[in-house]
Design a protein around this ligand. Structure first.
Ligand code: HEM
Ligand code: HEM
Length: 185
């Protein structure tokens, strides 16, 4: 049962679900576009989607972190054990960190490699990093290893959300649901 006093504010819920939908598309597209043997124009479209949605995600996470720092969420229900509080806090912090690291590493990898980011180019935003193959390689590795970390954390996160929403029905899921508007009853 949703309780408006323990729910995240509507803007926090809206941005959470918008980002969730975009990330759940960005990760599989990233994996698919790096496979060999794809038809060239299909692969290009996947890269264009991935890079530009990735930059949009960077903008969204900056807004989200600012909003989070200025709007503290209500405490979790009191019957949630302490260790779950701690794990939730740590995993959310790790998610926020990776949500910053992934698009920044992707941006550096592409820009220092000398490649376009179509939306930024159309807006006339210049590259913020110098052209450097060495830098591109480092950023590429961070992006690659980070992708396993973020995918693993998201899987755990969704598992925990479903555990609360379906098995325990303890109100934790409805802290973040519905994506906007008032509380579900
Ligand atoms: C939250 C944001 C992002 C996530 C979760 C994400 C995830 C991924 C994943 C799972 C892969 C496939 C694994 C790999 O080969 O590295 C990948 C590849 C790639 N991503 Fe991202 N990505 C994000 C943002 C970006 C951004 C903003 C850019 C560039 C503007 C970008 C550029 C690339 C490129 C170029 C590759 C191909 C591998 C390479 O050559 O480095 N990504 N990404
Ligand atoms: C796919 C990408 C996702 C990312 C990156 C993500 C990230 C996050 C983060 C960082 C928080 C902490 C919010 C805060 O305290 O500031 C959060 C909370 C939450 N997320 Fe997600 N999430 C994702 C998808 C999902 C999905 C698919 C579900 C449901 C099946 C879900 C359910 C929840 C719930 C219920 C909370 C509130 C937990 C609490 O009250 O402590 N999330 N999410």
């Amino acid at each position: 049962m949703a309780n408006p006093d323990t729910q995240y504010p509507s803007p926090a819920r809206f941005i959470h679900w918008t980002m969730a939908a975009l990330i759940l598309a960005t990760i599989p597209v990233g994996v698919l576009m790096t496979q060999e043997g794809l038809e060239r124009s299909f692969q290009n479209s996947l890269y264009i989607f991935h890079k530009n949605v990735g930059v949009l995600l960077l903008v969204l996470i900056l807004i989200r972190i600012f909003y989070r720092l200025t709007h503290k969420p209500a405490p979790l229900p009191s019957d949630i054990p302490d260790w779950q509080h701690r794990i939730a806090g740590l995993s959310h912090a790790a998610l926020y960190a990776l949500l910053l690291i992934m698009p920044i590493a992707g941006y550096i990898r592409v820009r220092s490699g000398g490649f376009p980011i179509e939306a930024l180019d159309a807006l006339g935003v210049p590259s913020l990093v110098p052209r450097s193959d060495a830098l591109a390689e480092v950023a590429k590795s961070i992006h690659y290893f980070g992708s396993f970390a973020i995918a693993g954390l998201i899987a755990m996160h969704i598992g925990a959300a479903l555990y609360h929403g379906i098995l325990r029905k303890d109100g934790v899921f409805s802290r973040m649901w519905p994506p906007f508007g008032g509380s579900a009853s």
